[in-house]
Design a protein. Structure first.
Length: 166
């Protein structure tokens, strides 16, 4: 059973572990263009900051951290700003050990619930869109619609949005 709870700074070590597992898994499959082939100290600090300073939600399976989602009220500077109030998914990570259990989708549903609670009409996210559209397709399957593509220092991304019904 997946339990979603509010996260915070105390979860940083577990989230850094999720990032390390994800980077290793991607690199082993020739997909290091997404996050590199190893976790850098800068990436570790970024993940720690996201969990500590943003609204964080943690998915647990049998008491162990199996996923995390962080939200902010605005998009990062490398994507076009929203034309209305939004919640922006800054980080979504799930443990490969629990693949196929719907943890990422459940965390995204929590983001939509939070937007509804806050009276916000849209949840947006950006993701890696290089190599193929696997990650873009995941977000599409969760009800997100592509808004546009961008490139940042050779990294190809896609911005997607999901409308939130009141």
């Amino acid at each position: 059973m997946v339990v979603i709870r509010r996260g915070g700074a105390a979860d940083a070590a577990a989230v850094r572990r999720l990032m390390a597992v994800a980077v290793r898994w991607l690199a082993e499959r020739g997909r290091s263009a997404q996050w590199g082939s190893e976790v850098t100290p800068e990436r570790e600090e970024q993940v720690t900051t996201f969990v500590r300073d943003h609204e964080a939600w943690v998915a647990e399976v049998d008491g162990a951290v199996a996923g995390v989602l962080t939200l902010t009220p605005e998009s990062p500077d490398y994507v076009p700003g929203a034309t209305e109030p939004e919640l922006y998914v800054r980080l979504l990570l799930t443990d490969r050990e629990h693949k196929g259990r719907g943890i990422g989708a459940a965390l995204l549903e929590r983001a939509v619930e939070r937007a509804r609670e806050e009276g916000v009409g849209v949840v947006r996210v950006d993701c890696f869109a290089g190599l193929d559209d696997r990650l873009v397709d995941f977000y599409r399957g969760c009800g997100f619609v592509e808004q546009g593509r961008f490139e940042r220092r050779g990294w190809r991304g896609c911005v997607l949005a999901r409308r939130v019904e009141p």
